[in-house]
Write a protein that binds this ligand. Structure first.
Ligand code: TXA
Ligand code: MG
Length: 320
């Protein structure tokens, strides 16, 4: 079973495991990450193995600072502007990869682009100390809900890794927003912890949306799957269902729900994002066959919340 160490006492142990090619779970501001040295092929292979993730799905390389990022990818003025505005923070940039950047090709699944992110807090310090980028997908078995606490990581992956670094509940609670920049144009590959409109405001341009070839392969339809089935935009609760609520006004029949969690009583989308995965897990543990979800507005962070809910509700035949 994995050892769990608080951020204040984990640094040396984390470094020595990473230097030895092990993978460990670390807190980031978005969700917990399953991290390994991005330049070490064996370490990266261990990430895929622990997650049970299809190999074709590329990983985000996490960097400590802009200098490290610039050694990995070619930044044009727009990419630099976004990095300066939002890093460290929940933004991932997909950029043209530099050759000979030391990143193992398993990280990028052989693509000529690379996804880069600079995390806040412990992760950033760890990468600076290591001196190399960390590849880190969310610390959950493939197809499962992303972990936002050290306990959730340990329950899912504790048998497969040696260390979980405990930084408490992650403040953002949703994965990073992924934006691809090519030829001076921006495309939203995954809505996430920074609202698209905040990125558009800094860029002074609209984000393109929708498919243009395969974008983020991790965006397979069914993802974040709880054991229960999910019923979205529920206006009425059937008996035996669990209820994921939002705001002050309850869906009809809410008194009959076998379990209830309210993402945000105040109707605050940021608070709802923070609670989303932990509450889905809690309702799943209630044993209800179906989790009914009240309507959630689609503006701001609501875009990412509705995206994750739609994936959790999708048919389970295609799992990442
Ligand atoms: O907040 C986050 O982003 C968390 C924390 C741990 O940093 N990480 C995370 O990683 O969500 P993961 O592996 O679960 O999701 C990364 C996504 C996948 O959908 C993957 O397909 C996409 O990034 N991706 C990675 N490299 C890409 C590339 N070169 N082009 C397009 N998509 C890429
Ligand atoms: Mg994930």
């Amino acid at each position: 079973m994995a050892e769990i160490l608080a951020v204040g006492e984990a640094m040396e142990r984390a470094l020595s495991l990473l230097e030895g090619g092990d993978v460990i779970a670390i807190p980031t501001e978005t969700v917990y990450g399953l991290a390994g040295d991005a330049t070490n092929g064996a370490a990266v292979a261990r990430i895929f193995e622990a997650k049970g993730r299809p190999r074709f799905n590329p990983l985000i390389a996490h960097v400590a600072d802009l200098a490290m990022a610039n050694r990995m990818a070619a930044f044009d003025p727009l990419s630099t502007k976004l990095a300066e505005a939002f890093w460290p923070g929940p933004l991932t940039l997909v950029l043209p990869q530099r050759t000979e950047n030391g990143i193992h090709p398993l990280v990028t699944a052989g693509l000529d682009t690379i996804a880069l992110r600079m995390p806040r807090g412990f992760g950033g310090e760890l990468i600076a100390r290591l001196g190399r980028p960390l590849a880190a997908p969310s610390a959950n078995s493939s197809g499962r809900i992303s972990a936002t606490t050290a306990e959730a990581v340990a329950a899912d992956l504790g048998e497969k890794i040696k260390l979980v670094v405990d930084g408490g509940a992650t403040p953002v609670g949703l994965e990073s927003t992924i934006v691809k920049i090519a030829d001076g144009k921006l495309r939203l590959l995954r809505p996430g912890g920074i609202a698209a409109r905040d990125i558009e405001a800094v860029a002074g341009a609209k984000l393109m949306r929708g498919a243009a070839g395969i974008q983020a392969p991790g965006m397979l339809a069914s993802h974040y799957a709880p054991d229960a089935s999910m019923r979205l935009n529920a206006g009425k609760i059937a008996s035996g269902e669990a209820l994921l609520a939002f705001g002050r006004k309850r869906a009809e029949g809410w008194q009959d729900a076998v379990a209830l969690r309210n993402l945000s009583e105040a109707g605050d989308l940021r608070e709802a994002a923070t609670n989303l995965f932990a509450y889905m897990q809690a309702l799943d543990r209630s044993g209800a066959a179906t989790i009914a979800v009240e309507p959630i507005p689609a503006d701001g962070l609501g875009e990412a919340i509705n995206d994750r809910l739609a994936r959790a509700a999708a048919p389970r035949d295609q799992i990442d």
